[in-house]
Design a protein around this ligand. Structure first.
Ligand code: PEP
Ligand code: MG
Length: 921
């Protein structure tokens, strides 16, 4: 039996978008629902694929098309090619996935020198007839015959110029007639043949042209860009639809609508229309459409029909629709419908309200919302109405937008921030000692570094916007200016950064604040009731913990204690600790840190109680708390220079004092008196000491060097202090009836022996604290899994560890054997562009490599300790596709930065709801 390629709107399966394309399937479905759709039929995507393979239309296709045209003639009482009462059709592309504007469409097909007269007679509008004809010749000429637009435009503009017509509407019938003739001539000259008068020939050529547009450059690029695989959409269908006209008088109109407001989600009539007009008039901006609400007064019965249409569409599709309609002489036709694209606010609101209205279930509501889209709701955004163009482009390192005065160092940022000024910290790159500047700043801008540079990671953890690696900016900290092309930004100049897009603007651009609406809270509460994975947050401060709780975190999965060391009141003590030459000297500094850390932990436990809080013992290499060697060398040079100047000045003072005719004031300020010289000497000594230490601590490869548990073993007093601070804070909570839920976690563990060693420190400290406080402490002890050997020894580690937390930032580096910074700055973008890697594995969990190690670790760990709690706290823990994998391998929780928590909660629900469909690709 011959393959069936053509389906009338009455017979096509409205669910079969792959065969009929989205538009075609919906036209069939609407027809079969009883909506008033202009009669038409669909040529399937299978015909398209056959055509593209064979370079010719399937032999029986045009005969089928002729039959279906006959049916249209019957239904409309018009004739295709009939000079008195012509049937005109549109020939529209439409694949399974909408690719707006990427493929071709021809309108008013069926016009020729004969049928034109029929159209004029029928519409009683000569101008409209010729205008339609000239549009058809140009569109058909371009799409179907390959004549470039310019060849037509040249003539069109020349006629317009001659008659002083500024806009197309100013052209009268004689000019339009002349233009039609000129256009027909263009076609003849360019193609060597006259414009086809035979309407079936027109139709056949147009069908082929639409099929060809599937493999056109625009469409191919679009599919590549949006990852549309043949599996999702293969070939375009062709929809042949009777033309209806909205410009047949004041009882005609054309319009577009959404079944709900796509900006707010409000359940109301929404859209625009134009009386006595064609859709093209709206697109061409010739007339301004009116809000649909005006139709109620202007065309009341039409408005009622439109309300009905809208209600039927929603009731049927159970999804917000974006539809197009035409009213021809008081008859309403629905021309198209599709699921509406909405912003996140509208998606969330409509999801919740459609459940309340009984249109969809809670599960459907959850699945309607793309978790990533929630990002839009959680950060201030630039006002979408802005007109300013960006001054520079960097990497979108931490989302959100902020404006403020440019400040080139952290100290100054802190001073201005404390004084209530809004500042943007602008640096070449940032370091841990800049942390106080982060706290004070609205946002961070760097000219170097990738999405995981210090600036990016810290800004993300604080939820502050950051644009990193804006290489077009030359930051000159000494001159306190930044140069971008011809623009020089001086300290105090206002800039705006958009960390969601990586844009930098001059001046203040208004922002829109984030909104954590009641609807979002409701939706996420449904997500929590469905999800199996718990969602924790990475948080290091009580403020971050409060944000995490506000966003629904079920605990803290990672508190990086080193971040606490970086605060400006602690860093000097930490530096003292590092510079100490003996354990005794070190203990003096640690004794000063103990109460500070204890207070930190107490606040965190209290903010989160009774939710679990996982405190990780110190991880980074020591040198990260000190300035770099080159910075120290520069500072020393500067101080030595100052010393010489000050010495010169004080020699001068001494000489002046000896002169009887000069009176030198008694109390001169530093550096003119001795204390100035002393201060410089102290500064020099301190820096020389630091420089010696920095050189002593130098490592060829710090990422794989003296860090993590290795530090805890070589400097046991540091871990002992931290464990004591944690356990004393837990005891303080017991005293205050705060139900703290404490977990202690060890980083970078490679061997069971290391874990045992630290466990001993923990046990000893526990015994002491319990004796001193007269309490019995209850907490968990666990390990991070972030090196490959830890995965391989999971079974053994589980003998001691009560929980595992995958540190997939490090585990990814370890598995790929490349460092994130270098990879992202040097070759990863190229790898992704060339398809050597599909995603950045530091953002999207590499399920095939790292993921397999994780799966094995979970299995081996739980074999030795049934019910072992396992989670992830690397950055991928906040990424929806990675969360699906975490659910798949049965993790207990994911932990991510506070601002990713809502996204992760929804993604965890998706993971559960879609678990049967999950495949590791
Ligand atoms: C990790 O390695 O994934 C992790 C969470 O630790 P950090 O990022 O602090 O190295
Ligand atoms: Mg790590």
């Amino acid at each position: 039996m011959a393959t069936k390629y053509v389906y009338s709107f009455q017979e096509g399966d409205g669910k079969n978008k792959k065969l009929l394309g989205g538009k075609g399937a919906n036209l069939c479905e609407m027809t079969q629902m009883g909506l008033n759709v202009p009669p038409g039929f669909v040529i399937s995507t299978e015909a398209c694929l056959r055509y593209l393979d064979d370079k010719a239309l399937p032999s029986e296709l045009m005969a089928d098309v002729r039959q279906h045209i006959q049916a249209l003639e019957k239904a409309t009482n018009k004739g295709f090619g009939d000079a008195n009462n012509p049937l005109l059709v549109s020939v529209r592309s439409g694949s399974a996935i909408s690719m707006p504007g990427m493929m071709d469409t021809v309108l008013n097909l069926g016009l020729n020198s004969q049928t034109l007269q029929g159209l004029i007679k029928h519409t009683n509008n000569e101008r409209f007839g010729y205008d339609s004809y000239r549009r058809f010749i140009q569109l058909f000429g371009k799409v179907a015959l390959g004549v470039p637009d310019e060849a037509f435009d040249e003539h069109f503009e020349a006629v317009k110029k001659r008659v002083w017509a500024k806009y197309d509407v100013a052209l009268g019938v004689p000019e339009l007639k002349e233009i039609c003739d000129l256009f027909l001539q263009v076609v003849r000259e360019r193609t060597g043949r006259p414009f086809p008068e035979d309407v079936f020939e027109q139709l056949e050529i147009a069908i082929q042209a639409v099929f060809n547009s599937w493999s056109g450059r625009r469409a191919v690029d679009y599919r590549r860009e949006f990852h549309i695989t043949p599996d999702m959409a293969n070939g375009t269908a062709v929809n042949i639809v009777t033309m209806v006209f909205g410009n047949m008088g004041n009882d005609s109109a054309t319009g577009v609508g959404f079944t709900r407001n796509p900006g707010t989600g409000e359940n109301q009539m929404y859209g625009e229309y134009l009386v006595n007009a064609q859709g093209e008039d709206v697109v061409a901006g010739i007339r301004t459409p009116k809000p649909v609400q005006d139709m109620e007064a202007e065309m009341p019965s039409m408005y009622q029909q439109l309300v009905e249409l809208r209600n039927k569409l929603e009731q049927h599709y159970r999804e917000v629709q974006d539809y197009e309609y035409t009213i021809e002489k008081g008859v309403l036709y629905c021309l198209q419908t599709r699921n509406a694209k909405m912003n996140a606010t509208a998606m969330v609101r409509t999801s919740v309200e459609m459940v309340q209205e009984g249109l969809i279930t809670q599960h459907q509501a959850l699945l309607r919302v793309n978790p990533e889209h929630l990002e839009q709701l959680l950060h201030p955004r630039l006002d979408p109405e802005r007109t300013a163009a960006p001054l520079a482009q960097g990497l979108p390192a931490s989302p959100g937008a902020a404006s403020g005065k440019c400040v080139f160092d952290a100290d100054h940022a802190e001073i201005l921030g404390r004084a209530g000024e809004k500042v943007i910290l602008v640096r070449e790159e940032t370091k841990p000692e800049d942390i106080h500047g982060f706290f004070a700043a609205q946002g961070i801008l760097t000219s170097r570094g990738g999405k995981t540079s210090h600036a990016a990671v810290v800004a993300r953890s604080m939820g502050k916007p950051c644009v990193a690696g804006a290489e077009g900016i030359h930051v000159d900290t000494r001159a306190r200016e930044a140069i971008i092309g011809d623009t020089v930004l001086h300290e105090g100049d206002i800039v705006t950064i958009d960390g969601s897009l990586g844009h930098v603007y001059l001046g203040a651009i208004p922002t829109i604040p984030p909104k954590f609406s009641e609807e979002l809270k409701t939706l996420l509460s449904w997500a929590d009731s469905v999800a199996q994975l718990k969602v924790m947050s990475n948080a290091d401060t009580p403020e971050a913990a409060a944000k995490a709780v506000e966003y629904g975190a079920m605990g803290i999965g990672l508190c990086r204690t080193e971040r606490m060391f970086n605060a400006s009141d602690r860093l000097p003590i930490v530096v003292e600790m590092i510079l100490a030459n003996t354990p005794k000297e070190r203990q003096v500094a640690l004794d000063r840190l103990l109460p500070i850390q204890r207070a930190d932990f107490y606040e965190l436990f209290k903010a989160m109680a009774p939710r679990p809080v996982t405190i990780r013992l110190l991880d980074p290499p020591m040198h990260e708390f000190l300035p770099t060697e080159s910075e120290l060398v520069e500072q020393l040079e500067h101080l030595r220079h100052l010393q010489t100047t000050v010495q010169g000045m004080s020699n001068l003072m001494s000489t002046l004092r000896l002169m009887s005719d000069v009176t030198v004031p008694q109390n001169l300020p530093a550096p003119f008196d001795l204390s100035g010289e002393d201060l410089i000497k102290q500064g020099l000594m301190k820096r020389e000491q630091m420089l010696r230490k920095v050189r002593e601590l130098y490592e060829v490869n710090p990422m794989l060097g003296h860090r993590g548990v290795r530090l805890g073993i070589t400097y046991p007093e540091i871990y002992a202090m931290q464990v004591r601070a944690i356990l004393e804070a837990a005891a303080d909570c017991m005293r205050d009836n705060v139900p703290a839920n404490v977990e202690v976690m060890v980083p970078q563990v490679v061997t069971l022996q290391e874990l045992r060693h630290v466990k001993q420190i923990v046990n000893d400290t526990q015994t002491e604290v319990e004796q001193q406080r007269g309490v019995k402490l209850n907490f968990k002890f666990g390990t991070m899994i972030e090196v490959v050997r830890a995965c391989m020894r999971a079974g053994q580690l589980a003998e001691i560890a009560e929980f595992f937390s995958f540190g997939t930032n490090d585990l990814t580096q370890a598995t790929f054997s490349f460092s994130r910074e270098d990879a992202e700055n040097k070759f990863l973008p190229l790898y992704i562009e060339h398809g050597l890697l599909r995603d950045n594995p530091f953002e999207v969990l590499d399920v095939n490599g790292v993921g397999q190690l994780m799966a094995m670790t979970v299995e081996w760990g739980r074999k030795n300790r049934a019910g072992l709690k396992v989670g992830i706290c690397g950055e991928q823990g906040g990424h929806p596709a990675s969360i699906r994998f975490c659910h798949h391998i049965d993790l207990d929780y994911v932990s991510c930065s506070p601002h990713r928590v809502p996204i992760a909660r929804l993604a965890a629900a998706h993971a559960k709801l879609l678990e049967d469909k999950y495949v590791v690709e």
